[in-house]
Design a protein around this ligand. Sequence first.
Ligand SMILES: Cc1cc2nc3c(=O)[nH]c(=O)nc-3n(C[C@H](O)[C@H](O)[C@H](O)COP(=O)(O)OP(=O)(O)OC[C@H]3O[C@@H](n4cnc5c(N)ncnc54)[C@H](O)[C@@H]3O)c2cc1C
Length: 539
Amino acid sequence: MDEITNQPPPLEPYDLFAGDAVLRDAVAREQAGWSTVKLAAFGKMLATPDTIRLGFEANRFPPTLRAFDRYGHRVDEVDYHPAWHQLMEIAVGAGLHARPWSSPRAGAHTARAAGCYMAVQIESGIYCPIAMTYAAVPTLRQNPALATEWLPRVFARTYDPRCLPASEKRSALVGMAMTENQGGSDLRGITTRAEPVGGEGERRFFRITGRKWFMSAPMCDAFLVLARSDAGLGCFFVPRWTPEGKRNGIHLVRLKDKLGNRSNASSEAEFVDAHAELVGEEGRGIATIIEMSNLTRLDCAIGSAGLMRAATAQAIHHAMHRAAFGKKLADHPLMSGVLADLALESEAAAVLALRLARAYDDEDEAAAVWRRVVTPAAKFWICKRAPALAAEAMEVLGGNGYVEDCVLPRIFRELPVNSIWEGSGNVMCLDLLRAVERTPGAVEVLAEELGAGAQADARLEALVADVMRRLARPDESRGRALTRDLALALQATLLLRHAPTAVAEAFCASRLGREGGVFGVLPAGTDARAIVERAAPVR
Ligand SMILES: Cc1cc2nc3c(=O)[nH]c(=O)nc-3n(C[C@H](O)[C@H](O)[C@H](O)COP(=O)(O)OP(=O)(O)OC[C@H]3O[C@@H](n4cnc5c(N)ncnc54)[C@H](O)[C@@H]3O)c2cc1C
């Protein structure tokens, strides 16, 4: 047989933690240094050939709906490839779905974010039920009796995929169903009905009837559902099984045939007289579920940052091993510029996402502003940059990057969804404008946060002055520019404070006060080699 030459070795195994200086530094900086030993072991375990293969298999054999059993009874179950379950076992076992709530301590949300950032690099589909379960906890706590009954199951770290009443299971996962056919952003149009059937005081029960156009991870053990009673929109907890041990009226109509995120099932669902319990105040459903939405938005930012890291690592690895025109691709000036630019974008996404995660640990006024105001900005900008980065990373691999043997096509297909769900781009910009107006101290906190960093760089100083002026008098039609610029200013501030000079300088020079464009147009004098070396994955 002919010898095959000039093909890079596969990037496996590699070390997702030890080989990622940006992640390691951020974990230490954002109060999660105590989790380093566990994260290091997790990062090593994740990128072994066996685990990497699970991600490919879970996507090659996507879930299928089994609506009925062989005798025609409704079962409304979804069958997954064993690889999906193994990946879920890894994520739940690591506590990515609940640990900051079950074992709270300073830096717990950061540590979990770091774990998620690594896990998505192997397979991102599982992140959907993991993120929803994590995000559901504060909302569940708004019904203390329900929380007492369900949170011990949610906090358990033994993944249990069986479709059984939760009381018979080792653990439970929680999904959410808000979006209807007629609208996902504008939830005021929800028509699903909730009729009261009894209960009193804290525990009030309803019957839910209506259709949800998207309900992901439909094998979750319960869902937080928005539905309308006579008091208006409410938030309801709908378990898969009724308290009497019967299958609840949650019919899975079909599974969506999606561009990416294929290992994860997303269903259309019909609620037929389904048993439900009110969470929060009746008629205040959006206010009740808002914290869940905010947390899922944080996870979109973390997930996209993780996938940007994975794509960048693949690109650098390939270019360091593949030669063309007499030298390694990474040594060609045009290519090293592209790689450095990918690394800059990836690092900026990671530092912002992990800084944001820390805000979910802290309790002061600044943290509240980060959570409420910066979350939509970070979600918007990181998720918008990610698909472009993945496309460029794919091109670094040439034809190999376009073929399904490589992880990049999967990453490329996956990324747009993080921008769409949990509040699409424009909705994030509108949310930012609303949040600035309604969050006490928002402008002052941002001014302080950005002001300190701005003194270090004249370009940043100019941008910050402009952002602060626009924040004080928001203009909806320029909402995207403002959201982008706030995110860029925060990224630049963090990089100037914490990254090597080559990184911070190239980021400010290429991104502040410019309209952007293709990757790889860094200013003359950029130390591309230093930037690429910093981002190179370690096998
Ligand atoms: C794979 C997948 C899984 C999903 N899983 C779930 C799930 O588990 N549970 C769930 O509840 N939902 C789920 N969703 C739904 C998702 O959250 C919605 O698709 C999303 O919120 C957008 O709603 P929509 O599709 O109705 O689009 P629309 O609300 O119709 O929005 C369409 C576009 O208009 C823009 N837009 C809306 N309002 C404005 C405005 N005022 N000004 C300017 N632009 C505006 C939006 O940004 C968007 O780009 C899922 C979606 C996908 C793709």
